[in-house]
Design a protein around this ligand. Structure first.
Ligand code: GDP
Ligand code: MG
Length: 201
């Protein structure tokens, strides 16, 4: 039997992006519509078994302090991992995510594994998995109603383009995912990929 490797993971992101919901999905495979905001400090644990290791995540959720950006550095001090979450339908939440990433990269453990997570993709009615599907055939004119309008891709609620977020994540050295806590899409992958990146020795 393998001894689990304890890993502190902190959740960051604007209020209401779905931090608590993503964790609830990961830990209990559950989702609550109109979830009550977290009261008090929330601390959950979940194991993640990989071929060569067993990681026991200690997941620190905020109790709403993120509304005031008043999270003490002790919240993320000694964290080996962080999931910085935004809402794909809300541009301001992506800006907020970037500012949390900056803060982590300046103040947290230099080896921290950071995952950038665009949540609530169930709200998008994606016509196809490729957002560039129409770009190839787009004509080079100044017709503003080109085929790449969000409406044309069925993606009318998306406020943060996937390729933009992905490019930012790559440049900043982050893992990148899009998820839905509601359907569960992509959620396990976030934690599994983080687990793979945790230096254990
Ligand atoms: P937190 O403040 O970041 O912890 O956000 P919550 O987890 O409390 O979620 C805020 C609201 O968004 C709640 O009403 C959730 O039910 C809802 N929510 C969270 N994740 C998703 C998602 O993936 N899809 C949809 N449609 N709603 C979500
Ligand atoms: Mg919460």
């Amino acid at each position: 039997p393998q001894k689990p490797f304890q890993t502190k993971l902190v959740l960051l992101g604007e209020a209401a992006v779905g931090k608590s919901s993503v964790v609830l999905r990961f830990v209990q495979n559950d989702f609550q519509e109109n979830k009550e905001p977290t009261i008090g400090a929330a601390f959950l644990t979940q194991k993640c078994r990989l071929e060569d290791r067993l990681i026991k995540f200690e997941i620190w959720d905020t109790a709403g302090q993120e509304r005031f950006h008043s999270l003490a550095p002790m919240y993320y001090r000694n964290a080996q991992a962080s999931a910085v979450i935004y809402d794909v339908t809300k541009a301001s939440s992506f800006e907020k995510a970037k500012s949390w990433v900056k803060e982590l990269q300046r103040q947290a453990n230099p080896n921290i594994v950071i995952a950038l997570v665009g949540n609530k993709i169930d709200l998008l009615k994606e016509a196809s998995s490729s957002s560039n599907a129409n770009a190839e055939t787009e004509e080079e004119d100044d017709d503003e109603t080109a085929t790449t309008t969000p409406e044309a891709t069925g993606d009318s609620l998306r406020a943060v383009p996937k390729d933009e977020a992905e490019a930012y994540a790559k440049e900043a050295g982050l893992l990148f995912f899009e998820t839905s806590a509601k359907t569960g899409e992509g959620v396990v992958e976030v934690f599994t990929e983080i687990a793979k990146k945790i230096p254990i020795d």
